[in-house]
Design a binder for this molecule. Structure first.
Ligand SMILES: *[C@@H]1O[C@H](CO)[C@@H](O)[C@H](O)[C@H]1NC(C)=O
Ligand SMILES: *[C@@H]1O[C@H](CO)[C@@H](O)[C@H](O)[C@H]1NC(C)=O
Ligand SMILES: *[C@@H]1O[C@H](CO)[C@@H](O)[C@H](O)[C@H]1NC(C)=O
Ligand SMILES: *[C@@H]1O[C@H](CO)[C@@H](O)[C@H](O)[C@H]1NC(C)=O
Length: 792
């Protein structure tokens, strides 16, 4: 039912199906009547009614500033007969507060000033009741109070200051940025929210699109030059009412920066640069710096320099210092004032980045650089970097080894003096002629001592000793055969008593300090002067070794125990050198395999012979050991125990210490070792040494003799000693322990003492050796034979 009513209201047509009928007097009069459906209201008379309520939405001016309440409109019901029985009631948004209704006649008023931008419309409901009965005469109906917009809001920009940038030299109309403003007024109604943009500051460089707010450049590339002006502040105004007079405005500032493009070519502010360098400058060192100017910044100002022409084209180079963008001229090759005194270069500068199409360059890109070489007083210069000389080691004193030569490179060409750096020739083997640079030998040379003499020759200018330079001179000594060959080591061997003739007993080789070109070649032979030449032979093996061979089948050590075989060694060089080496051959007895078994005593001592040095060392050791022993003995004697009780009278007054630490096994003073030695000595019989023994306290213990056949003579011995002691008038006044060490008699092993066995070696009879088996046969032979020799 209600929805039906609403639909009627909104459609401005009244189709009431209710039993009631209302006459809308405020709204549009409707004369249509309608039959409503049957069945719905049973028992009621169905008739056509005139329409009741009828009103459209009400409109209200926002921001009303009048003094009294603003009249909105009038609600009227057809039931209202004007007799005051009806009462209008208003509910909904702001009812009673913002909006009030005259209860009696339905006049609607607004009490307050309203803002559309705050709330654009209010929904209210109205009804009519009987004032007396309170009965609802009409159904509640809803209506809307809409606020009419007025232009009470100015346009607002999102930011107070915008920042933007655009490359310099951009074409006209290049978009820089867009600014937009908003207007709170009703955009659907009137022009209150229709904005137009205009530029109020920033002419003539920039323009703004009136509708979109897009800012564009307004001047051509020539005018928009960062190098002239970089920063612009543009003020944009937005005006509502489509920009008409009376519209409200809002402004914003736009900070526009022109960004750099490479529109300036670098160039030199000077046409000519001049530098001077000493001729001594090292290759790679800088000569000077030049700098071109470029109005651009950053990457657009990076420059590269190059030498394009000039007579110093291949002698100098130019590179860019990346930090300062300067061109650094460096020298590539050594300079010589005496040859070229000055150079000219043409140096070009360019940007590393490509230039912009609208670029301009007013300065020349090529500059001339003149480099003057300054004369430097240089030290003498040797003809060569080093000298290699060779000389025979036996060259005579004063012989010339070679010559060095140096010149003063300066114009003056002053004479040069030569000298040898003595630190490189400490032994003064050489000297140099100070005038012509010839090197002489001043001391005999020996290749075997030093085969190289690497010296340093100094050349100084005659008048300026500080102008000096030096050159290494390598002098190699050439070998001369001035050393005789010798045995490679000391050779010593043996020969068996019974051997074969032609048996090889030793291999010998030789050494020679000389260093012949083709290697060593040694020859060996037996010295023909030798006394025993018939007993051995020398066989030259042809490979710088020789074998010593026996010549006899038996050598008797009794006739000759050591043979000294002289061997002559010769080298094959010129002048021929030779020496005689001696081989020591001992005669020994050998077993069947030829292994040495025993050598003659003379030979043995000689082989086991100690050097005098070793003997002295051993002697010293012995002396030191002896001294240590003596020292120990002396110390022991000093440490002898003091008696614990000095005299009888002091007993009570003295503090007696008992914590006496024994001296170990070796301390024979601490306890009586005799008690241990005697098998019969009893513990109880041990005397306390710290107190005076008394008869009452310590009755002397009688040893009970254990009868034993084996100990018979011991018992006898002890008894004898007891009697002796008892009858001894010099015995101490108190009981003391008497100990009797006794060694039994009848040991099978006789005394080991050497004193008794005085028989000398010479008196020995070695014949029993032959009974001891084949191992001792040789000994028996030797000693037994000697006896028989002597006998015979
Ligand atoms: C805009 O430019 C003005 C004047 O050049 C300056 O004072 C202001 O700080 C700039 N504002 C911004 C946000 O860059
Ligand atoms: C230099 O002078 C010395 C002595 O007068 C002479 O023996 C030698 O040959 C000279 N050397 C040269 C290269 O002339
Ligand atoms: C001397 O120089 C030579 C050649 O350079 C070198 O072989 C030799 O070892 C050097 N001798 C000394 C002692 O410096
Ligand atoms: C061999 O040596 C003995 C000495 O044992 C000597 O008497 C003898 O002359 C030597 N033989 C020859 C041939 O020289």
């Amino acid at each position: 039912m209600r929805t039906c009513l609403l639909a009627l209201l909104w459609a401005s047509l009244s189709h009431c199906v209710d039993a009631m009928f209302l006459t809308g007097r405020t709204g549009v009069e409707t004369g249509r009547e309608e039959m409503i459906g049957d069945g719905a209201r049973e028992g009621k008379l169905l008739r056509r009614f005139k329409r009741g309520w009828m009103w459209n939405q009400f409109f209200l001016q926002e921001e009303y500033t009048g003094s009294d309440k603003q009249y909105i409109g009038k609600l009227q019901s057809d039931m209202d007969k004007g007799d005051g029985t009806l009462k209008y009631i208003l509910t909904g948004d702001g009812a009673g507060d913002i909006f009030t209704i005259d209860e009696s006649n339905g006049d609607l008023h607004a009490n307050k000033r309203l803002d559309r931008e705050e709330k654009a419309f209010y929904t209210l409901r109205a009804t009519v009741v009987n004032r007396n009965t309170g009965k609802k005469l009409e159904p509640e109906t809803e209506f809307i109070v809409k606020l009419h917009d007025i232009n009470d809001n100015e346009p607002k920009f999102a930011k107070e200051v915008y920042t933007a940038s655009v490359p310099e030299s951009s074409v006209i109309g290049t978009s820089v940025t867009q600014v937009t403003a908003t207007d709170a007024d009703d955009s659907m109604y009137g022009n209150s929210a229709k904005l137009r943009y205009s530029i109020s500051q920033g002419h003539p460089y920039f323009s703004v699109d009136p509708d979109t707010g897009v800012i564009r450049t307004a001047l051509g590339p020539g005018e928009m030059d960062r190098e002239k002006r970089e920063h612009y502040q543009v003020v944009i105004e937005a005006k509502d009412m489509a920009g008409q007079r009376g519209g409200l405005t809002g402004t914003t500032a736009v900070n526009i920066t022109l960004t750099d493009v490479n529109d300036n070519a670098p160039g030199f502010s000077q046409n000519m640069y001049q530098f001077s360098v000493p001729e001594s400058i090292k290759a790679g060192h800088p000569v000077g710096r030049i700098k071109a100017v470029d109005k651009d910044i950053g990457k657009n100002a990076e420059m590269s320099y190059s030498v394009v022409s000039g007579d110093g084209l291949d002698i100098f180079d130019v590179n860019t210092d990346r930090n300062t963008q300067e061109g650094v001229i460096t020298v590539l090759k050594p300079l010589d004032y005496e040859k070229t005194m000055s150079y000219t270069l043409e140096i070009q500068v360019q940007n590393v980045q490509a230039l912009h199409t609208h670029s301009q360059g007013t300065l020349p890109t090529i500059a001339t650089v003149r480099i003057d070489v300054e004369d430097v007083d240089e030290p003498p210069l040797f003809e060569r970097a080093s000298y290699l000389m060779e000389v025979k080691e036996d060259a005579a004193l004063g012989a010339v080894v070679g010559s060095v030569r140096a010149m003063d490179p300066d114009r003056t060409n002053s004479p040069v003096r030569y000298s040898i750096d003595r630190r490189t020739d400490l032994d003064r083997h050489f000297n140099v002629h100070s005038g012509n640079g010839s090197i002489f030998i001043t001391r005999p040379l020996d290749r075997e001592e030093a085969d190289w003499h690497n010296i340093s020759v100094i050349a100084t200018e005659f008048n300026k000793p500080l102008q000096a330079s030096r050159v290494p001179v390598y002098i190699r000594l050439l070998d001369v055969n001035d050393n005789a060959p010798m045995f490679a080591s000391f050779y010593e061997t043996f020969v068996c008593e019974k051997t074969k003739a032609g048996q090889k007993i030793q291999m010998v080789s030789a050494v020679d300090a000389d260093d012949p070109v083709g290697g060593h070649k040694f020859f060996f032979s037996l010295d023909t002067e030798g006394v025993y030449r018939g007993n051995f032979t020398v066989r030259d093996n042809g490979d710088n070794t020789a074998s010593i061979l026996t010549r006899r089948s038996s050598y008797n050590p009794l006739h000759k125990s050591v043979y000294l075989v002289p061997v002559v060694i010769t080298d094959g060089d010129f002048p021929m050198q030779s020496s005689t080496g001696t081989l020591t051959v001992r005669v020994c007895t050998c077993d069947r395999e030829g292994n040495m078994e025993l050598c003659n005593a003379e030979a043995q001592t000689s082989s086991a012979g100690l050097s005098t040095g070793a003997l002295v060392a051993i002697l010293l050791c012995v002396i030191i050991l002896l001294m240590i022993v003596v020292l120990f003995a002396a110390l022991k004697r000093q440490k002898k125990k003091e008696p614990l009780i000095i005299s009888k009278e002091d007993v009570r007054d003295n503090v007696v210490s008992y914590n006496d630490e024994g001296g170990g096994e070796e301390d024979t003073q601490a306890f009586d070792i005799g008690a241990l030695r005697n098998p019969e000595a009893m513990e109880e019989s041990k005397q306390r040494r710290d107190i005076i023994p008394s008869d009452t306290l310590y009755p002397p213990l009688r040893r009970t003799a254990i009868p034993s056949q084996d100990n018979a003579d011991v018992r006898e011995f002890i008894n004898q000693r007891v009697v002796d002691n008892d009858s001894n008038p010099t015995a101490p006044p108190y009981d003391s322990l008497a100990t009797y060490a006794y060694e039994g008699a009848g040991s099978v092993a006789e005394s080991l003492s050497s004193l008794g066995s005085a028989s000398s070696e010479g008196d020995q009879d070695y014949n029993y050796l032959s009974d001891w088996g084949p191992r001792f046969r040789k000994l028996a032979d030797m000693y037994g034979a000697e006896d028989s020799d002597r006998d015979s």
